[in-house]
Design a protein around this ligand. Structure first.
Ligand code: SD4
Length: 320
């Protein structure tokens, strides 16, 4: 490429305050796929299929994402979500979740204990309170008032993992890139309405009281039904410092493809956060026209993209 062309591209990129200017406009035009569609982080086929059944049957995107991620919340084999999630350093399972709907309405809970479905409590916060987020014992009291029941979420398996960790008590707030399954999900229903949800037990063996990105609107999840939505997984601190999902939606609003927007959000982390080689972050986005895309720091992040009921698991492209 001539140096003049390079200069013009750089200058335009600089004017827009973006670093990957050329890739935005090189991205594919919006696909006409539309809804219904369901995307979700990692390879949780059962959760994605549940959400698909809801939208395929004419249900709302909000019901779909709630019922979809509830599958992960109840799965004892999912070590990063709900029942079976690994506890904090004190042996307590503390949960974070949020939901957001087409219009921008949203609800969240964080540091919630002994309630199997934090996503449903987050929805109740959205629908039955004037607030966005409830935390800890207040969130639990609200859940009980709403008819949820207490359940001990620490499975024998998770308790063993905690006991094993306690032998060394090495506090390493770094995600093992091979082993995390926080579920973020975005859906479009048959009427074109969008919704998103995110739910997690957070980092294993975290300091008691630590809250990650997953319940934070704009970090773990953001959605504007006119534009699209984005969810995050990985080291929550990195995502919170960069307002990752909000950034992705705003980039899509400016015309970036979902994949290019996810990559740009990662580039901000790479630029500002020195330790980026030692942790994983994965972003997943769904544009209002049904086009999905993802990008992660390390390889190994995958996602489900479902437009037909046959949503395969796909590997995301990665920075490193
Ligand atoms: C957190 N983002 O609490 C979550 C962790 C995660 O798969 O995504 N685990 O930081």
């Amino acid at each position: 490429m001539s140096s003049r062309r390079k200069f013009v591209r750089r200058a335009l990129g600089g004017l827009l305050g973006v670093s990957a200017f050329p890739s935005v406009f090189a991205s594919a035009p919006p696909s006409p796929k539309g809804g219904p569609a369901v995307v979700s982080t990692w390879k949780n086929v059962a959760a994605n299929s549940k959400a698909w059944q809801v939208v395929a049957g004419g249900g709302s995107a909000l019901d779909a994402v709630e019922q979809g991620v509830m599958v992960a919340e109840s799965d004892p084999k999912d070590l990063s979500v709900g029942y079976g999630g690994r506890p904090d350093r004190d042996g307590r399972v503390t949960l974070d979740a949020c939901v957001m709907e087409h219009s921008g309405n949203c609800g969240a809970v964080c540091f919630l204990e002994d309630i199997e479905h934090p996503v449903s409590v987050a929805r109740k916060v959205m629908e039955h309170t004037p607030h966005v987020m409830l935390a800890g014992s207040g969130a639990q009291r609200f859940a009980l008032e709403q008819g949820f029941e207490k359940k001990d979420l620490l499975t024998e398996n998770a308790r063993k993992a905690w006991k094993e960790w306690k032998k060394k008590e090495k506090y390493q707030p770094i995600i093992n890139i091979e082993n995390h399954d926080t579920i973020g999900m975005l859906a479009i229903d048959q009427s074109g309405q969008m919704a998103g949800a995110c739910t997690t037990s957070g980092l294993a063996f975290k300091i008691n009281g630590r809250v990650g990105d997953s319940p934070i609107i704009g970090a773990g999840l953001y959605l504007d039904g006119e534009v699209g939505g984005a969810v995050a997984t990985g080291l929550g601190e990195a995502v919170m410092k960069s307002c990752g999902s909000f950034l992705i939606v705003e980039l899509m609003r400016q015309g970036w493809s979902p994949e290019a927007a996810c990559r740009e959000a990662l580039s901000r982390i790479v630029k500002k956060q020195k330790g980026y080689r030692s942790f994983q972050v994965g972003f997943l986005a769904l544009r209002a026209d049904g086009e999905g895309g993802a990008y992660s720091l390390h390889s190994g992040f995958s996602y489900m993209l479902n437009h037909t009921g046959e949503g395969g698991n796909q590997a995301s492209k990665s920075w490193l």
